[in-house]
Every structure is written in structure tokens, then in C-alpha cells.
Design a protein around this ligand. Structure first.
Ligand code: PRP
Ligand code: URA
Length: 205
């Protein structure tokens, strides 16, 4: 199933903090980092590992390392808020940046920046906290495919049904991990109830 809604009370309480319009940017950033960690615990649940011998201070034992190299692809701006907490799990991951900005009138995303390393043989995680129309995520997926991987997972904090449907229709095999599946988009293509503009709330703009 492509959409995975994480069902954990910690995530629900963190989503409450993110939604609350009275939450200041500093607390918003902290909640963003924490909920990203919860999302990644779920998003990595079925990632393969390889056996690895490690020596403890007492003896050698069988342990595990990741089977595949990983790349994190944050969508600028809002996705940047998720990167540090992901790197705490994957210190050796590479990071590729995709800059996408929705036009305020049409809500169509324009790609203004792209610095993505080759993704050949790698697992790619696209991270963007808001999946609204799905236009930004679709462009980020196309960039990952162009860079050589089909092993793509999308991690987002709040999703609208319209965005999930857009990804499912175009890429039915790509998994989406989200902490909330909201009701709908409004006329300006903002998520309802949502939390407003994630980038503005993250960066106090
Ligand atoms: C927001 C958000 C996503 C996008 C989602 O970015 O961070 O990237 O909208 O909308 P979509 O699913 O309809 O494409 P925005 O364009 O506001 O740019 P910003 O992060 O620079 O504020
Ligand atoms: N981007 C946001 O930051 N918020 C929305 O509700 C939709 C797109």
C-alpha cells in the first residue's frame, strides 16, 4: 500500500503543536525534528540490512549494517527542517537539494534549484513536510528517476488526499509515509485543516 499513516500518540501530540497557530517558530522547529524521527522509524522499518561482524569489548558478534547507500532529498525550503534529524540516523547519507516554489496564483511548483548527486544504486528519501496538490513531490520524483534510482520513498508530515492520489496515480509503487492525512485543499490549494505555510512557520517569515 503506497500510503502509510503513522499511528502513534507521540506523533499525534507533535502534530497538535505544529497545527497550533500560537506555536512559535523555535518550538515549531523542535516539533518538526521530533516528528521526522518518528516518521523515519516507520519509513525504514522494512529497509534491508546486511550481516556485519562487530567486536564488542568482550567478543566478536554478528550485527547489522544498512544494505544500501542512502540519499536524502529535501525539497527547499520546508524540507530543510527535516534533514538534521534524518542525518542523526544516517550519518553517511548523501544529501541532494531540490528547490521548488509554488506560484501563489496557480499553485504550480517551479523548479529554481537542483543539486542532486547521482542516485545510481542508492535508496532515495524525498522529504517535504507538506503534500498538497502533489505537484512538488512529482517533480522531485522525476528528478530522482533522472538521477538513476527507482528506489524512492516519500516522507511528509501532513498530506492532502489530492496529493496522495496524484502520487498513487502516477507512481503506484512509491511508498508515502505521513503523520496526518487531512481533509482537503482549499481554493488556494492549502491543506485543511493543515498548519498554514510550513516554510513561513519554520523560518518565522
Ligand atoms: C510548500 C511545501 C511543498 C509544497 C507542497 O512549499 O513545502 O514543497 O508547498 O505543495 P504541492 O504539493 O501543492 O506542490 P512552497 O511552494 O510554499 O515553498 P517554500 O517551502 O519555499 O515556502
Ligand atoms: N504548502 C504549505 O506549506 N502548506 C499547505 O497547506 C500547502 C502547501
Amino acid at each position: 500500500m503506497p500510503i502509510h499513516l503513522i499511528d502513534h500518540p507521540l506523533a499525534k501530540v507533535l502534530i497538535t503543536q505544529l497545527r497550533d497557530k500560537e506555536t512559535p517558530s523555535e518550538s515549531f522547529r523542535t516539533a518538526c525534528r521530533k516528528i521526522t524521527q518518528l516518521l523515519f522509524i516507520e519509513a525504514t522499518r522494512s529497509l534491508p540490512t546486511n550481516p556485519y561482524k562487530v567486536s564488542t569489548p568482550l567478543e566478536e558478534t554478528e550485527a547489522n549494517i544498512w544494505a544500501k547507500e542512502m540519499t536524502i532529498i529535501p525539497v527547499i525550503r520546508a524540507g530543510i527542517g527535516m534533514v538534521e534529524s534524518i542525518l542523526s540516523f544516517f550519518p553517511n547519507a548523501t544529501v541532494g537539494y531540490v528547490g521548488l516554489e509554488r506560484d501563489e496564483e496557480t499553485a504550480i511548483a517551479r523548479n529554481y534549484y537542483r543539486k542532486v548527486p547521482s542516485l545510481k544504486g542508492r535508496k532515495a528519501f524525498i522529504v517535504d513536510p507538506m503534500l498538497a496538490t502533489g505537484g512538488s513531490t512529482l517533480q522531485a520524483i522525476e528528478i530522482c528517476l533522472e538521477e538513476g534510482t527507482q528506489d524512492i520513498t516519500v516522507v511528509t508530515i501532513i498530506s492532502a488526499p489530492e496529493g496522495v492520489e496524484a502520487i498513487e496515480n502516477n507512481y503506484p509503487d512509491i511508498d508515502i509515509y505521513t503523520a496526518a492525512l487531512d481533509r482537503q485543499l482549499n481554493e488556494q490549494k492549502f491543506i485543511l485543516p493543515g498548519l498554514g505555510d510550513f516554510g513561513d512557520r519554520l523560518y518565522n517569515t
